[in-house]
Write a new protein. Structure first.
Length: 404
C-alpha cells in the first residue's frame, strides 16, 4: 500500500511528531511505501519528498505583511493545495493519513486529496476539532465554552496567548472550516489515541466518525530498570503552564527526595524563580535531553510524574516511563487515568491540588517495593496493550475499510 503521510513538522518537535515518524517506520518495516508531505524547516530530517514541502510559515516573526500573509495561509493555503496536488499526481497514493496539519499546512490539503478521490484518515492529537485554541483552556482553567460550535467565546476570552488578534483569527478559522465550508466532513475517519479525547470532542458537538486507537511504543528500544540509583523523581516534557509544574514545585516542599525537571519551555525562568522564592534545594533543572541520555535519567529515578492541568490526550511521557519500568504519578484529568491505574501502574491525584500530590509522592517513596511492583505492571501493560503489532493490525483494519 502507498500511504501519503502529512504533518506540519518534519522533525521531532513534540509528541505528535513522535507518533508521525514511529507510525511511518512501522508501516515501512511492514512493506508499505510512505510518501511524506510537510513544511520546510531548518531542523527538518532529510526526505526524498522535500521538494514538495511547502515554505516555512512563522506567525510570530517578520513584517506586518508577512504576518498577514501567514494568517491567510492559516485559514486556507493555496500553496499547500497546489503542492499536494503535484505530489499526488506524481506518487498516486492509495490513502492519506494526516496528523498535525492545523495552521501551517491547513485543511486545504483535504481538498487536494479529495480532488483525486484519495481516502483520508486523520489522527487527533488535541481538541482542535471542538476548541478554537485546541487546549480547552481559558485563563489557565478548563474551558468548554465553545461547546455546540460557540467558537466566538475564543475571541471574547482571548484564549490564544491572551491576544485579541490571534484569538479572532482562530475564531474565524473555526467558523470557516466547520460552519461554512465543512472541510473536515471530507475526512473519512478520525483516530483518537484516548477514549477521553474521543468522548470529549463528541460531547462538544463534533460529528466526525472517530475510532479509538492508542499510540504504541516499541519495547525493543526501551531497556527497563525496576530499581533506581537516585532518591529522585522525574518530570520530562515541555515546560509550559498547563503541565502543572508550579503545583508540583509547591508539592515538593518538605519532601526528602529530589525532583529532576527535564525539558525546555516558556515558563522555565518562572519555575526557577518559584524554586528560589520557596528556598527549595531538592529541585534540579537538567535542560533538554533526548535519546539514551533521557532514558538513563529516567532509569536512575524512582518514578515519573505528570501533574497536568489540562485535558491530556495519550501522554507519551507516561508511556515511555512505563516502557522503562517506571510507574507514574499523574493528575486525574483527561486521558491520564486510562494509563495510570491506581495501585496498578501508579497513582493519580486531584489536579491543582499540591497537598494531594504531596501525599501521593510520599506514599510511593515510603513503599519502595510498591514502586518496583507497579513498574513491572506498567511495562507489562505497554507490552500487552500498546505494542507495535497490535497497533499495526488495528491500523490496517482502518485502512482496509477504504483500500482493497
Amino acid at each position: 500500500m502507498k500511504i501519503l503521510f502529512a504533518n506540519k513538522y518534519f522533525y521531532l518537535k513534540g509528541g505528535a511528531e513522535h507518533v508521525f515518524f514511529d507510525s511511518a517506520k512501522l508501516l515501512e518495516n511492514s512493506g508499505h511505501k510512505i510518501v511524506f508531505f510537510s513544511m520546510h524547516h531548518p531542523k527538518n530530517l532529510s526526505s526524498a519528498y522535500e521538494k514538495h514541502f511547502v515554505l516555512n510559515v512563522d506567525y510570530e516573526k517578520g513584517s506586518i505583511k508577512n504576518k498577514i500573509d501567514s494568517s491567510v495561509k492559516l485559514l486556507y493555503s493555496l500553496e499547500v493545495k497546489r503542492k499536494a496536488e503535484e505530489l499526488i499526481k506524481e506518487e498516486k497514493p492509495d490513502i492519506a493519513h494526516l496528523q498535525n496539519i492545523y495552521h501551517q499546512i491547513s485543511p486545504s490539503i483535504i481538498h487536494a486529496l479529495k480532488k483525486f478521490h484519495i481516502p483520508i484518515v486523520m489522527t487527533l492529537h488535541d481538541y482542535k476539532m471542538a476548541c478554537a485554541s485546541y487546549q480547552m483552556l481559558a485563563n489557565g482553567r478548563i474551558c468548554e465554552a465553545c461547546k455546540g460550535g460557540k467558537y466566538y467565546n475564543c475571541f471574547f476570552k482571548k484564549c490564544v496567548k491572551d491576544s485579541e488578534a490571534k484569538s479572532l483569527l482562530n475564531t474565524i478559522e473555526m467558523y470557516l472550516h466547520h460552519k461554512i465550508f465543512h472541510i473536515y466532513d471530507l475526512v473519512d475517519v478520525f483516530i483518537s489515541p484516548s477514549m477521553f479525547l474521543k468522548n470529549k470532542v463528541e460531547e462538544m458537538g463534533f460529528k466526525g466518525k472517530i475510532i479509538y486507537l492508542p499510540n504504541f511504543v516499541n519495547l525493543e528500544d526501551y531497556r527497563p530498570q525496576y530499581d533506581w540509583q537516585e532518591n529522585a523523581i522525574v518530570y520530562f516534557g515541555r515546560l509550559s503552564k498547563e503541565k502543572g509544574l508550579f503545583t508540583l514545585i509547591e508539592a515538593m516542599k518538605g519532601l526528602n527526595t529530589k525532583l529532576k525537571i527535564i525539558g525546555e519551555g516558556p515558563i522555565k525562568e518562572g519555575l526557577k524563580l518559584s524554586v528560589r522564592s520557596l528556598e527549595l534545594k531538592n529541585i534540579k533543572f537538567l535542560g533538554y535531553k533526548a535519546g539514551e541520555e533521557l532514558k538513563d535519567e529516567i532509569r536512575k529515578s524512582m518514578f515519573v510524574i505528570l501533574p497536568s492541568e489540562w485535558y491530556e490526550n495519550n501522554p507519551r511521557s507516561i508511556i515511555e516511563g512505563f516502557a522503562l519500568g517506571k510507574p507514574a504519578i499523574g493528575a486525574r484529568i483527561g486521558g491520564i487515568p486510562e494509563l495510570v491505574k491506581d495501585n496498578e501502574t501508579g497513582l493519580t491525584f486531584e489536579p491543582w491540588n499540591a497537598d494531594d500530590l504531596k501525599r501521593r509522592i510520599s506514599q510511593l517513596i515510603e513503599n519502595p517495593s510498591e514502586i518496583s511492583r507497579m513498574g513491572k505492571n506498567a511495562r507489562k501493560m505497554v507490552n500487552e496493550e500498546l505494542n507495535p503489532d497490535i497497533h499495526y493490525g488495528k491500523l490496517m483494519e482502518i485502512y482496509r475499510q477504504f483500500v482493497r
